[in-house]
Write a protein that binds this ligand. Structure first.
Ligand SMILES: *[C@@H]1O[C@H](CO)[C@@H](O)[C@H](O)[C@H]1NC(C)=O
Ligand SMILES: *[C@@H]1O[C@H](CO)[C@@H](O)[C@H](O)[C@H]1NC(C)=O
Ligand SMILES: *[C@@H]1O[C@H](CO)[C@@H](O)[C@H](O)[C@H]1NC(C)=O
Ligand SMILES: *[C@@H]1O[C@H](CO)[C@@H](O)[C@H](O)[C@H]1NC(C)=O
Ligand SMILES: *[C@@H]1O[C@H](CO)[C@@H](O)[C@H](O)[C@H]1NC(C)=O
Ligand SMILES: *[C@@H]1O[C@H](CO)[C@@H](O)[C@H](O)[C@H]1NC(C)=O
Ligand SMILES: *[C@@H]1O[C@H](CO)[C@@H](O)[C@H](O)[C@H]1NC(C)=O
Length: 408
């Protein structure tokens, strides 16, 4: 019993802490801070000499999504007719995470320089897409935040894909998703099968649809306390979680720069959170990472994921409890997403030590998708965020993707 209260108490503090206003900590200038720290996507692209466009996509249900575009690379060779590629971020992440590793490493620059027309989506609810035609995310909280990655799959992605195909005058595009960016894709491609025809090829980084083999103690614990957490979120009126604040960067600058006494503590916390690969993880980039992320999500997104941990390995729609399930779905349990409908060609890139997208689940997923190939990252300790920022992510994964895309 004690541990239960301890857990809930800690959670309460975290919730309260994460929703209070940010405060400023004094900066210590004597440590090395990466020069890209504090820059947003516009500033990063202009610093490195890449073109940038801002687009707004209005979804069928009224959300206003910010879609960033790099129409070409540093050289403006041929402007039109470049194949479009859509990049979709993971939970807590946003478009900047596909560029903040710098032009030598981040996938967006590599694609733009290879001749692609690069589009970076910000799914509903993140810092760039906290907008709706009639709902205010801070006032109409219950209505605005009433979505999970299911709605991203049935609205954000198809509406964005149609928007891009219309502007570029193309029939189909390439898709690259990381983590939740893959989950939403699988939702779309299973429920709206005609969108498979609008995908030339999909690269899934850390594919996240099945979770029954995930034995990570943190996520298992959260999944076990799902009901308590849900009650707590209702009582505390919390619908949005870990929205972006200056506080994150201030804390990193105060405690997590190389040479500081607290550096190893920061490293340990990071390792505990997302795993650690001695050859891939680069703490120098941490201030750049937290300059724009974490960038918020709806608690329903989190609960929908936690449901997948304990439903016997099914990828299925949101479980409202049997009564509301009857009303919503006409059955006591939610329907499964039919993975057999996903006929678009997919390549799953997964890693042995990924604490979120377990490799066993990725391998099962590969057998359930009719047109998928799988590729395990050939490095022992590769983890979930190394797909974005790992030191060797370019030679290990991105070069493979760039070559593979030329075949479609
Ligand atoms: C980045 O910051 C600049 C300067 O504050 C601002 O003009 C620009 O709109 C910002 N870009 C985004 C995508 O928020
Ligand atoms: C690139 O070239 C196209 C046509 O050649 C032109 O319309 C566009 O404005 C150019 N973009 C930049 C950033 O120079
Ligand atoms: C396609 O784009 C044109 C002009 O950019 C716009 O007028 C039209 O409404 C768009 N169609 C769709 C289906 O989005
Ligand atoms: C799933 O989709 C496949 C292919 O479209 C179809 O043959 C099968 O009957 C579907 N399964 C269910 C349970 O709807
Ligand atoms: C797999 O994708 C390729 C390329 O789009 C397509 O030609 C092929 O028919 C698909 N295969 C299946 C089984 O759907
Ligand atoms: C992978 O991590 C383990 C445990 O941290 C470590 O013992 C091992 O040397 C690492 N392997 C590589 C190739 O870095
Ligand atoms: C870590 O990142 C910094 C800044 O991006 C870079 O200069 C350094 O080479 C990286 N370290 C490794 C081991 O790749």
């Amino acid at each position: 019993m004690f541990s239960r209260y301890f857990f809930l108490g800690t959670l309460f503090l975290v919730l309260v802490f994460s929703t209070t206003e940010s405060y400023s900590l004094p900066e210590n200038k004597s440590y090395y801070i990466h020069p890209d720290t504090g820059l947003n996507i516009t500033q990063l692209l202009s610093k490195y000499g890449y073109p940038f466009e801002n687009h707004i996509v209005q979804t069928k249900d009224g959300y206003l999504l910010t879609l960033h575009r790099m129409p070409h690379g540093r050289q403006n060779i041929s402007y039109s007719g470049r194949p479009a590629v859509l990049l979709v971020h993971g939970l807590l992440s946003q478009s900047t995470d596909f560029v903040n590793g710098g032009p030598e490493k981040s996938i967006s620059y590599l694609l733009a320089d290879r001749g692609y027309d690069v589009w970076l989506l910000n799914c509903r609810g993140n810092t760039h897409s906290r907008r709706h035609i009639s709902l205010d995310p801070d006032v109409d909280k219950e209505k605005f935040w009433d979505f999970s990655w299911h709605e991203m799959g049935i609205y954000d992605l198809p509406n964005t894909i149609d928007y891009i195909l219309n502007i570029t005058n193309q029939d189909a595009l390439f898709y690259i998703g990381h983590s939740q960016g893959t989950t939403a894709f699988f939702v779309m491609a299973s429920l709206l099968p005609k969108y498979n025809g609008k995908i030339r090829h999909m690269s899934a980084l850390a594919p996240s649809a099945l979770f029954s083999n995930n034995m990570d103690i943190k996520f298992r614990t959260l999944a076990n306390f799902r009901n308590e957490l849900q009650v707590a979120s209702v009582i505390l009126n919390i619908h949005e979680f870990l929205g972006h604040m200056d506080l994150y960067l201030n804390l990193v600058k105060k405690f997590c720069l190389k040479g500081m006494e607290t550096y190893s503590l920061c490293e340990a916390l990071y390792v505990l959170g997302v795993g650690y690969s001695p050859t891939e993880f680069n703490m120098t980039l941490l201030p750049v990472m937290v300059s724009n992320s974490p960038s918020g999500f709806s608690v329903k997104q989190g609960f929908h994921y936690l449901q997948l941990f304990s439903n016997g390995g099914l990828f299925r729609q949101y479980d409202h409890g049997s009564l509301i399930n009857w009303i919503t779905y006409g059955a006591p349990t939610p329907p499964n997403y039919n993975l057999s409908n996903i006929v678009a060609p997919v390549t799953l890139h997964y890693a042995m030590k990924d604490q979120l997208a377990d490799y066993k689940d990725a391998e099962i997923l590969a057998t359930l998708l009719p047109n998928a190939s799988k590729r395990m990252v050939p490095v022992e300790n590769f983890t979930h965020l190394d797909f974005l920022w790992g030191n060797h992510v370019k030679p290990l994964i991105y070069d493979y993707i760039l070559n593979e895309m030329e075949k479609y």
